[in-house]
Write a protein that binds this ligand. Structure first.
Ligand code: NAD
Length: 349
């Protein structure tokens, strides 16, 4: 029989509620209470069968709480996480863990001192589109990969909440960037040599409402990451180019394909003619020299995040989302802000 764990939620907003629902599908984990500064969210807890605590202090003083989830706006994570660790709790913190590598180091130091599990919810590691592209890369399906593009595109502008304010840790680098950068560093086992970034400010002047980042890895791969919030037509979620093939995933539904070369010898092309010219270079390959294949879809279960957290607390597993990895992403985001401010390529590792 697995040990039963009790988790208390600090900040029962959109994402806090996602955790509540997800934990409801995990046998040995139970949401035992929550605290939110908004009265309506305290009432929401009651309406969903959760006892709200009257304060953070009351939540932290409750001995039955094994794990505290911090899902407040970004600028509050550091203080809440440190308080929870010092109260003897294990802590799951939403991304971005905090706003600087200096703050993160303080949080890691307290976790080490208190010997409690402190883990960041980098849940997009369980995205099946990412895992599928990672498999294509790991299995060398495309031959030597030289270029990867990872994009998320929306068309609603930056959300109208705390995400618009720099002091609350707003902006898309900290919001979506942290996910797709984490994925990039997990996929490519090589140092990031240089970083170049530029930001968009279409719907907001104060924080980035979109960005393009180009990472050049030591192994030669050029990895472009892009977040947009004013894209009325989306570019594909993933595009990966190898010497022997190309892979594409268009959307969240994982529509896409792998196209691989079958015959290098037939290289002749029927030229493409347009009114103003002719090209052989850009003429598509003939069907007998390439083959389209289905994506090797990798399945995942996001509940494995919490299963790993609980097994780590029990000393049975090693934590999947490591704080050294989270720190590397945090430092990379700092290099991105630096690059965008200076409009310069920054040396990284
Ligand atoms: P939200 O605004 O919907 O919810 C935040 C909640 O925190 C609100 O209900 C607010 O009242 C409450 N709050 C604010 N200050 C508080 C305090 N001092 N004590 C207790 N509660 C407090 O925001 P959200 O979209 O749920 O985002 C919350 C966190 O989750 C952010 O860090 C965000 O980046 C993260 N997030 C992660 C994902 C993911 O996929 N991992 C997705 C969305 C949001």
């Amino acid at each position: 029989m697995s040990k039963q764990f009790n988790l208390a939620i600090v900040g029962l907003g959109g994402m806090g509620n996602w955790h509540r629902e997800t934990i409801g599908r995990i046998d040995n984990l139970n949401v035992c209470g929550s605290f939110d500064i908004k009265e309506e969210r305290q009432q929401f807890a009651i309406d969903h069968g959760i006892t709200p605590y009257n304060s953070l202090e009351e939540l932290l003083a409750d001995e039955k709480v094994d794990i505290v989830l911090c899902s407040t706006p970004n600028h509050l994570h550091k203080e809440i996480v440190i308080k929870a660790l010092r109260a003897g709790k294990n802590v799951v913190c939403e991304k971005p863990v905090t706003l600087s590598s200096k703050d993160l180091q303080e949080m890691i130091d307290v976790a080490e001192e208190t010997k409690k599990v402190f883990v960041v919810h980098q849940n997009r590691r369980w995205d099946e589109d990412f895992l599928t592209m990672k498999k294509i890369y790991d299995d060398n399906l495309l031959g030597d990969v030289f270029k990867i593009e990872s994009r998320v595109h929306g068309s609603r502008g930056i959300p109208g909440d705390w995400r618009q304010e720099p002091e609350f840790g707003g902006g898309m680098v900290l919001d979506w960037g942290v996910h797709i950068l984490d994925q990039a560093l997990l996929m490519i086992d090589s140092k990031v040599k240089t970083v170049y970034a530029n930001f968009t400010h279409v719907t907001n002047e104060l924080v980035d409402d979109g960005f393009t980042v180009v990472l050049t890895f030591e192994n030669g791969i050029v990895y472009t990451l892009e977040v947009g919030t004013s894209n009325f037509i989306n570019l594909p979620r993933w595009y990966m180019l190898g010497r022997d093939g190309t892979a594409i995933i268009y959307d969240w539904q994982k529509n896409g394909k792998v196209t691989r070369i079958t015959d290098w010898s037939k290289n002749d092309a029927v030229p493409i003619r347009t009114a103003a010219g002719l090209t052989k270079t850009m003429a598509p390959r003939t069907a007998d020299t390439i083959k389209d294949e289905e994506l090797p879809i990798v399945k995942s279960d996001i509940r494995d995040f919490y299963r790993n957290v609980m097994a780590t607390i029990e000393g049975k597993e090693e934590i999947i989302v490591k704080n050294t990895q989270v720190m590397r992403v945090m430092k990379l985001m700092e290099a991105i802000f630096d690059s965008a401010a200076k409009n310069q390529v920054i040396d990284f590792e």
